[in-house]
Design a protein around this ligand. Structure first.
Ligand code: NAD
Length: 369
């Protein structure tokens, strides 16, 4: 099993180091090779996704990715900005299915901005199509308007498009994922206004007939955004397009309290995948040793489950994380001020201590068993 380790920028290097430590504690046979990506790769090689990094990612069974980006690169031409590395990896590896679980851990219910009763036990899986939609549709650009309300004015335009096979394959992914959970899929669209999403709805409905054991419902995206904050526990698997998924998965992430807890996986048709936390490089806290490494550690668990066929090892990491939270350890982003008097006491720790605690929980359990 070969893992390409791409820490990237900002807190990326700090959190990936902890995930690597956890993977090593499992005593499985991995080959791990590290390469530069994002701003760090631009500094060293003049490109955010150098050929050598792409080659390593292609050869690996899975990519463990930290985060890329820093405000200091905002003035670079678009093709050289760190974030382009993520798009390049998605495109080159054919990563079309993005899994973003939003789980509210029992111990962190108070960290959500919603009432505890709305989020306690929350466990949603958002499946976002990653390679189509308005983000990639052509033509796009700027021009002078020839019609509309202001002919002659400068205008910008993008093209929303989906082909039937693109919708079919993401629908299959969603129905199959639902079979491993509580067999419910909500397909989110805007079929009342957009042709693209009328096709989406038609195709998802057709594919749904092949999964009679899975309940399918459809929801317009505006309603879905509302229901996510009104009654989030009504959802199980949510499948949607690239742009709606981008927005709804961040909304769902925040229901759980901290983006520092949320892993993600992006998969291609041969289960090769890129695993990364749902957050960015957090330049505001980089280098301080206070970032929460749990989203990256949980991404490594998803990697073991989806790409490396090691579900038991994935379970071990996930139960170690729960154990560490239950023991009261919190990084600053999930630390409830004024709660240290609880039993067990809630203790604020840094990135490295949190990683060490997960390793200790894993090795302790191994020794016992
Ligand atoms: P961000 O996710 O990096 O940070 C948002 C807020 O959450 C910040 O206050 C940050 O301190 C906090 N935060 C994020 N991760 C945390 C963690 N693990 N522990 C504790 N706190 C955490 O988003 P942003 O500030 O909008 O973007 C910063 C940079 O990251 C930008 O350059 C952006 O383009 C890039 N970015 C990269 C990716 C990626 O690599 N896939 C994704 C999103 C943003």
């Amino acid at each position: 099993m070969k893992i390409a380790v791409l820490p990237g920028d900002g807190i990326g290097t700090e959190i990936v180091a902890e995930a690597v430590k956890v993977l090593k504690a499992l005593d499985l046979k991995f080959e791990m090779e590290t390469a530069l990506v994002g701003g760090a790769a631009y500094e060293a090689h003049g490109h955010p996704l150098p050929d050598s990094t792409l080659k390593l990612a292609r050869q690996a069974d899975a990519v463990l990715f930290g985060a890329v980006g820093d405000w200091k690169y905002d003035k670079l031409e678009r093709a050289l900005r760190p974030e382009q590395a993520v798009l390049g990896l998605r495109k080159n590896l054919g990563l079309f299915a993005n899994f973003r679980p939003a789980i509210c851990y029992e111990q962190l219910v108070g960290a959500s901005s919603l009432k505890p009763e709305l989020v306690a036990g929350l466990d949603i899986l958002i499946i976002r199509e990653l390679t189509g939609d308005i983000y990639f549709g052509q033509p796009r650009g700027r021009r002078t308007a020839v019609d509309g309300h202001f002919p002659g004015a400068e205008e910008a335009f993008d093209t929303m498009r989906y082909t039937r096979p693109e919708i079919e394959r993401i629908a299959h992914v969603a129905f199959q994922a639902a079979r491993k959970r509580s067999r419910r899929v909500t397909s989110v669209d805007k079929a009342n206004v957009l042709e693209t999403f009328q096709l989406w709805k038609d195709v998802v409905t057709e594919i749904g007939r092949q999964y009679p054991d899975v309940e399918l419902d459809h929801m317009y995206v505006d309603n879905a955004a509302m229901q996510l904050v009104r009654a989030p526990k009504k959802f199980d698997v949510v499948v949607t397009g690239n742009m709606f998924g981008d927005i709804l998965s961040d909304e769902a992430a925040m229901l759980t309290g901290s983006i520092g807890m949320l892993p993600s996986a992006s998969l291609n048709t041969s289960s090769q995948g890129l695993y990364e936390p749902s957050h960015g490089s957090a330049p505001d806290i980089a280098g301080q040793g206070i970032a929460n490494p749990l989203a990256t550690i949980l991404s490594a668990a998803m990697m073991l489950r989806f790409s490396l066929d090691q579900p038991q090892a994935a379970d071990r990491i996930e139960s170690a994380v729960k154990h560490v939270l239950a023991s009261g350890l919190r990084t600053a982003d999930i630390y409830p001020e004024g709660m240290s008097a609880q039993i067990p006491p809630v203790v604020k720790v840094g990135t490295r201590e949190m990683g060490d605690a997960v390793v200790a929980a894993i090795t302790k359990k191994t020794t016992k068993s």
